[in-house]
Ligand binder design. Sequence first.
Ligand SMILES: O=C(O)C1=C[C@@H](OP(=O)(O)O)[C@@H](O)[C@H](O)C1
Ligand SMILES: C=C(OP(=O)(O)O)C(=O)O
Length: 674
Amino acid sequence: MFKIPFLDLPPLRAAAGTVRLPGSKSISNRVLLLAGLSEGQTLVHDLLDSDDTAVMLASLKQLGCVLEQVEGGPLKVTGIGAKLQTNAAKLFLGNAGTAMRPLTAALALLAATQGGEFELSGVARMHERPIGDLVDALRGLGCEVACLGNEGYPPLRLSGPSELKLSEPVRVRGDVSSQFLTALLLALPLVAEQDIHIDVVGELISKPYIHITLELLKRFGIEVKREGWQRFTIPAGSRYRSPGEIHVEGDASSASYFVALGAIAATGQPIRIEGVGSASLQGDVRFVEAAEAMGAVVRAEANAVEVKRGAWPLRALDLDCNHIPDAAMTLAVMALYADGPSTLRNIASWRVKETDRIVAMATELRKLGAQVEEGPDWLRVHPLRDWQPAAIHTYDDHRVAMCFSLAAFNGLVTASPVPVRILEPQCVAKTFPDYFETLFEVVSARPEDIPVITIDGPTASGKGTLADVVAHELGYIVLDSGALYRATGLAARRAGVELDEAEAVAAIAAKLDLHFAKGRVWLGDEDITDALREEASGLAASQVAAHAPVRAALNQLQLDFRCLPGLVADGRDMGSMVFPDAPLKVFLTASAATRAERRHKQLISKGIPANIAGLREDLEARDARDKGRTASPLQAAADARRLDNSAQTIEESRDLVLSWWAEARPFKGSALSH
Ligand SMILES: O=C(O)C1=C[C@@H](OP(=O)(O)O)[C@@H](O)[C@H](O)C1
Ligand SMILES: C=C(OP(=O)(O)O)C(=O)O
């Protein structure tokens, strides 16, 4: 996950490849609650691991469910068998509607019948999301529900015992959120001594989510009778019966970003999305129909879909989106690539989700330059040709972050492509923590559009540390080019090749089987990270780096590190030779005395004896050799910014480089400006 203040997406050009979706949020949280209320064990396969499921899991644990993660396998949930194990708990439910609403209903009924006091709260936004219709229904049933802040909103206190009135139908409004009806359907089997009727008041929205609820209840042994979308009956004697084992489908709402990606940018091979398909329980699979209407070519299998670009530009769309409220946000960004204005209708529920999504989408689309009109329950987006670089505020809404990543394909419709900045990208953790990593696996950009920051300088100037911290802040990849030379020296010595035999060493460099993973460096199967840090490796690197054929052999390897979302390359000639087009080049220096001191500290801390005067002599000799060599001598690129960090902390150097980077980017104003 990118836990950084902002993530810049360079202009993207194409998409192809396979995506394996994370588990469905809606199914995961329903299954967890049903398994938690059942007697005995349920093995849950492919559960979503995200913020929304984490709060459900933590709550179930507090309520006495036993949760055991089978290593690399399913989660084993031992339920409470509809019997309270504790009669008091304070549960924190973040911003998960699928946890807050169903747990409210379940605990209100359990408190009423078995006694207890439960407090349910969430993040600030959760306390602005309505729950009044569910509270009214529960109070109508005889439950004691107190709104601890504003009436009709969490936090809530549920207490009991109290007498339930189950002979009359339970009435619940369905026009603000379907989750209130879902909550009652999931919880009322707890008290179904007699048939319980639920009557929906007003037009029910988001109906496909009720289908998910009914299907999952069925798998837990409860057959609800449905008359249209108006009346639901839970038969007398209903009891939760664990199916023993259950598989969670991939998330169909999460699939929408990749379906869109296929429609926009898969011009060769399709995007293959695994985990949902035509056999899915989730209503959001019908997003593919909207994408097809816009021109996508879709091939659906039971549990996968493949999507390619068809019509281009996309065809404008006018659609009632009530059945796909979450995935419909994706259409709003696709509309930028259409041949006319697109209108999304019947989306009033957007106003009470993670943020007011109608306002959020309109505001952020306008930042890109788009013309947008909005009404109480609709949004119209016009196609965009004159794109502006924009920092997209994400309002702690995972879907805003995910759908705006699609704006990075603007280079397909304009000759002046712009990067897109996604502020606070970690908000995707609500349902898809690795969204951006997954995206980067299936999209590509032109190398020259992928930003590179080069940090060159003499030995022990702190290049590596500075490169690491700068890359960390930006979510970029690091190229430690020195490691390539060190590894070449090491590999040459192991192969018995003399380090002054330029051509023989170059042949080794060309075949170097080197890879970097999780901060370690591997040569073939061997972890050589520590060996590379030895003084001898540094000296060998300096020797082999003097050979022009070695440098040529390593050049392509270095260029290959220019990967999404960007690169920080440290070395001696990163700015001057390898990445001459880097938009920011830093030449880092420190006095010989400071560098000798740092190297001395480093060695001593590793328990390696060292002498400052000797180290300084070595350093100066190495500087002379690096500067004096004919192949890429150590020198600052003409357009490099010089940074002497002798008297600076690493944080000061990092902040200075980041401020230079901000100047080099097209996003004006502060990083967090909205
Ligand atoms: O029941 C569910 O799993 C959901 C129902 C929908 O909410 P509304 O019924 O409030 O539209 C949807 O937006 C939400 O992400 C998940
Ligand atoms: C509306 C959403 O979430 P919640 O389950 O919190 O309602 C969503 O995921 O888009």
